[in-house]
Ligand binder design. Structure first.
Ligand code: I3P
Length: 104
């Protein structure tokens, strides 16, 4: 699965509150046990990553029911204690991302 998601860093590894907390639009690609991030699809095709990838091996992913400011948001809990919110363009796409990340 791949497509544009907005991403917000909530916790750094170890569980410390992330310093940069703004939403960022990223072309996101699930590749095996990695989530990879690009500025847009052209950069993906050119393999020009925008940020480091996130390792999703054994990560937990679920709809962020507690986050009520925006719709179609899911949360990723990584094994290093870091946490990210992702905003999908629709509820269907959000469920698709959650299922594919959870059962990759
Ligand atoms: C952050 C930005 C985020 C906001 C976050 C702010 O400020 O406004 O949208 O999260 O709030 O710190 P900045 O752009 O200056 O980094 P929400 O959209 O979830 O409110 P937070 O620190 O309470 O998470």
């Amino acid at each position: 699965i791949q497509g544009v998601l907005e991403r917000k860093h909530e916790l750094q590894s170890g569980g410390k509150k992330a310093a940069v907390r703004s939403w960022k639009s990223l072309y996101t690609v699930l590749c095996g046990q990695l989530l990879c991030f690009f500025k847009d699809q052209d950069d993906f095709v050119a393999s020009k990553a925008a940020t480091s990838p996130i390792i999703i091996f054994k990560a937990r992913c679920e709809k962020a029911g507690d986050y009520t400011k925006r719709k179609h948001v899911f949360r990723l809990y990584c094994t290093d204690g870091s946490e990210f919110l992702f905003l999908a363009p629709s509820e269907t796409l959000m469920e698709d991302w959650v299922n594919k990340i959870s059962f990759h």
